[in-house]
Design a protein around this ligand. Structure first.
Ligand code: HEM
Length: 117
């Protein structure tokens, strides 16, 4: 059971890696677009995060305020990606730069909260 939890945590981190990695790649290529990889990474983070938010195996103690803050951040990122993708489809232009920056900063902030809180 403990091994399974650790595997889900690994997948949870893979979700973060996909979202943040795709964001870094866009920034490095100076395209500044939101992409499907960011969406899928966020979805993986959400699904695995929900699985981890249940207290298993028995006896495990979870930091629910921390989990709640990360959930809020994830919802905000999801909103930004949804808005950004729709706008990019409509106009063909990259998302407004502050929206792009916010996606990366919030993603990294959620990871920092996970590790440092
Ligand atoms: C962009 C959003 C997120 C990022 C970047 C993120 C990142 C991380 C990272 C790096 C870890 C491993 C470090 C650790 O165990 O302390 C972790 C663990 C965890 N995350 Fe997230 N997370 C996000 C969203 C969520 C959401 C939405 C939930 C729940 C609804 C969640 C629930 C958890 C739980 C329960 C753990 C394991 C903590 C433990 O077992 O001690 N995360 N997260």
């Amino acid at each position: 059971m403990e091994l399974l939890r650790n595997v889900v945590i690994l997948l949870h981190i893979v979700g973060f890696a996909a979202t943040f990695g795709a964001w870094v790649a866009e920034a490095a290529a100076r395209r500044f677009r939101t992409t499907r990889v960011m969406d899928y990474g966020l979805l993986v983070s959400l699904l695995t995060g929900i699985a981890l938010a249940a207290p298993w195996p028995a006896g495990i103690v979870l930091n629910y305020p921390k989990i709640g803050v990360k959930l809020i951040i994830l919802i905000v990122i999801g909103g930004l990606l949804g808005m950004g993708n729709a706008r990019q489809r409509r106009t063909g232009e990259p998302v407004p730069r502050p929206v792009f920056v916010a996606v990366g900063v919030l993603s990294l902030t959620a990871a920092a909260i996970a590790v440092l809180w």
